[in-house]
Design a protein around this ligand. Sequence first.
Ligand SMILES: C[S@@+](CC[C@H](N)C(=O)[O-])C[C@H]1O[C@@H](n2cnc3c(N)ncnc32)[C@H](O)[C@@H]1O
Length: 230
Amino acid sequence: MLSHRSNEKEILDLGPGNYTAEEFTHCQKMLYRINKILGFFHGTVNVLKKGGEKAHVMDVGCGAGLFILNLSRYFPKMTFHGIDISSEAIDMANHEKSVFASDTSNVKFEKMAEPNLTFGENSVDVILATMVCHHMSNEEIIEFFKQALHTTKDKVIINDLHRNIIAYGFYRLFSPILFRNRLITYDGLISIKRGFIRQELITLLEQAGMKHYQVKWCFPFRWRVIIWKK
Ligand SMILES: C[S@@+](CC[C@H](N)C(=O)[O-])C[C@H]1O[C@@H](n2cnc3c(N)ncnc32)[C@H](O)[C@@H]1O
């Protein structure tokens, strides 16, 4: 069942006609909570701590922006630029920024005109993509790796899911009780089915021509991939 990456679409990818505004808002808030539970958030804090204090970080597929709004608390001297193909997500991110409890003058959000990264070479220090690559086809991921490496001066940090039957079973059992959100449960199961095993990530990195990278499995059932410029 999980032997290959699924190409089933998530409800969120089908667009606003397929869910209510309340479901969307609640789902985005839960996503940040899930990022914390899975360790994506603190794992990213630890990687950023090793880089420049004033780094310019671009979060591709930033969703409702809670990931970088919270990162900005840890790194007030960095600048954060969240981009997403969804205007709904960027609208919510701008709202979250306006009501965020601490200073957010170093955070901005922007709707992408197209799924490609059309920024200049070496125009940011770090590119971040959390729970985004599993939304893409293998061909799109290869193109994304190339474009991200072109855009960054230093590194690309990719956080995503391990496609694993135990993770799938646990999530199927517990997510309806824990999160009580149709999108989180239904899309979450598809996300795991669209996730990766180690060799697939390595193959995609190699096909994209990446030379300096690390693929690290982290508890529980997640991957952290770092691609360095050199
Ligand atoms: C599961 S959400 C993750 C949001 C956020 N990174 C987080 O971890 O909470 C995936 C986001 O990626 C966006 N997305 C999907 N494909 C994308 C692409 N090719 N370029 C930019 N954003 C994309 C979606 O619109 C959605 O907001």
